[in-house]
Design a protein around this ligand. Structure first.
Ligand code: NAD
Ligand code: UDP
Length: 344
C-alpha cells in the first residue's frame, strides 16, 4: 500500500478509482483543475469511503504545481486520468486538446523523472484501435487514431514507449478502456457530463429523468443482431478495480510499457442497453432510430484475456448492474453534482 497521486481524480473514472484505492488501504492525493468536474465529487469520495483525500486544485500541465506535490509526498505511483475527452470538441479545438492532454503527459513525466518516481498507470482508450473491424480486439491489433482526441491518447502511449525504451527504470501500465458506464452502488457518485452528453448511457439516463425528450439511436441498419451498433460496456467500479489491480502487480511486471484492455469481453447493442435500462427503471425510455453517427464503428468489444491473466482482474458486473447503479445515481442526482437550473 502506498501513497498514490491521482491526476483528474475528481472526474468520473478518477473519483471511482479513488474510492477503490482508499478501500484497499492506499493514501490518495488528487490533483484536478476541475475543468470538467466538481469538488463535490471529492467530498462524495470521502463520504462513501469514510476516508480522507488530499485534494489540490491545480493543472497537471503546470510544472510548479507538480513539483510542490512531489516535494510534499513520497508517491509510490501515479495514475494519470487528467485529460479532455470529447471527440467532437477535439476536432473543433485540436490545439486545446494537444496542449492539455499532451502538455500534461510531458510535464507529468518530467516531474516524475526528476522526483525519482517511475511507476505510472495511464488512462488510455480503445480509441487507439481506430475503427477496428474484427472484434474481439486484443492488444496486438494495429494502433491507429481517427480524431485529435484519439491521437492524444495514441501519442501519449508513444511518448511513454519512447521513454521506457530510453530508461529501463520506468514501469508504465497503459490501460485501454472500452465503454465505461454505471456509477458507485451507493448512488452518491457518478458521471456528471457538462452540456449535451456525447455518450449513450448518460444521454439515455437524462432522457429517463426528463431532462431530454428522447434518445437518438444512431443507426438501425448495421449488420448486427438488431441493427444497432455493438460496444463493450464496462461498469466503472470494475474499471476502477482494474487500476488497483495494476498497482498491485507493478512489482511483478518487468520494466517497460505494458498495455491492457479493460473490458468485459461481451458486446451489447444499443437496443440491448436501452432494454436493460428500461427494466431497472420500470418504464419505457423514449428513443428514435436516426441516421448513423459519422465515424462510428459497427462492433467493438474487448479481448480482456491479458488483463485477466497478468493483472489477476476480471470485470464481474453485467449490463443490468451497470444500468441499476447508473440509475440510482441519476435518479437521485438528476443534475449530477450541480444544482437544478432555475425554473426546472
Ligand atoms: P472526466 O472528464 O470525468 O475526468 C477527467 C478529469 O481530468 C476531470 O476531473 C478534469 O477536470 C481533469 N482535467 C482535465 N485536464 C486537466 C489538467 N490539465 N489538469 C488537471 N486536471 C485536468 O473523464 P473520465 O471519463 O473520468 O476520463 C478519465 C480518463 O479516462 C481520461 O484520460 C479519458 O480520456 C480516459 N478515457 C475515458 C473514457 C470514457 O468513456 N469516459 C474512455 C476511455 C478513456
Ligand atoms: N449512441 C447512440 N445515441 C447517443 C449516443 C451514442 O445511439 O446519443 C450509440 C453510438 O452510435 C455507439 C454507442 O451508442 O454505437 C456508444 O456510443 P458512445 O459515444 O457512448 O461510445 P463510443 O462510440 O465512443 O464507443
Amino acid at each position: 500500500m502506498s501513497t498514490v497521486l491521482v491526476t483528474g481524480g475528481a472526474g468520473f473514472i478518477g473519483s471511482h478509482t479513488c474510492v477503490e484505492l482508499l478501500a484497499s488501504g492506499h493514501v490518495v492525493v488528487v490533483v484536478d483543475n476541475l475543468v470538467n468536474s466538481s469538488a463535490r465529487a471529492i467530498a462524495a469520495v470521502e463520504a462513501v469511503s469514510g476516508r480522507g483525500v488530499t485534494f489540490v486544485h491545480g493543472d497537471v500541465a503546470d510544472r510548479s504545481t507538480l513539483d510542490g506535490l512531489f516535494a510534499r509526498h513520497g508517491f509510490g505511483a501515479v495514475i494519470h486520468f487528467a485529460a479532455l475527452k470529447a471527440i467532437g470538441e477535439s476536432v473543433a479545438e485540436p490545439l486545446r486538446y494537444y496542449g492539455n492532454n499532451l502538455g500534461s503527459v510531458v510535464t507529468l513525466l518530467e516531474a516524475m523523472q526528476d522526483a525519482g518516481c517511475r511507476n505510472l498507470v495511464f488512462s488510455s482508450s480503445a480509441t487507439v484501435y481506430g475503427n477496428p473491424t474484427n472484434a474481439p480486439i486484443d492488444e496486438t491489433v494495429r494502433l491507429e487514431a481517427v480524431n485529435p482526441y484519439g491521437r492524444t491518447k495514441l501519442m501519449g502511449e508513444e511518448i511513454m514507449r519512447d521513454l521506457c525504451a530510453a530508461d529501463q527504470r520506468w514501469k508504465i501500465v497503459l490501460l485501454r478502456y472500452f465503454n465505461p458506464v454505471g456509477a458507485h452502488p451507493s448512488g452518491e457518485l457518478g458521471e456528471d457530463p457538462r452540456g449535451i452528453p456525447n455518450n449513450l448511457m448518460p444521454y439515455l439516463m437524462q432522457v429517463a429523468v426528463g431532462r431530454r425528450e428522447k434518445l437518438p439511436v444512431f443507426g438501425g441498419d448495421y449488420p448486427t443482431r438488431d441493427g444497432t451498433a455493438i460496444r463493450d460496456y464496462i461498469h466503472v467500479v470494475d474499471l476502477a478495480q482494474g487500476h488497483v489491480a495494476a498497482l498491485g502487480v507493478l512489482d511483478e511486471l518487468a520494466s517497460g510499457c505494458h498495455a491492457f484492455n479493460l473490458g468485459t469481453g461481451t458486446g451489447s447493442t444499443v437496443l440491448e442497453l436501452v432494454r436493460a435500462a428500461e427494466e431497472v427503471i420500470g418504464r419505457p425510455v423514449p428513443f428514435e432510430i436516426v441516421e448513423r453517427r459519422a465515424g462510428d464503428a459497427v462492433a467493438v468489444w474487448a479481448d480482456p484475456t491479458r488483463a485477466n491473466t497478468a493483472l489477476r482482474w476480471r470485470a464481474t458486473r453485467d449490463l443490468r448492474d451497470m444500468c441499476r447503479d447508473h440509475w440510482a445515481w441519476q435518479s437521485t442526482h438528476p443534475y449530477g453534482f450541480g444544482d437544478a437550473p432555475e425554473g426546472s
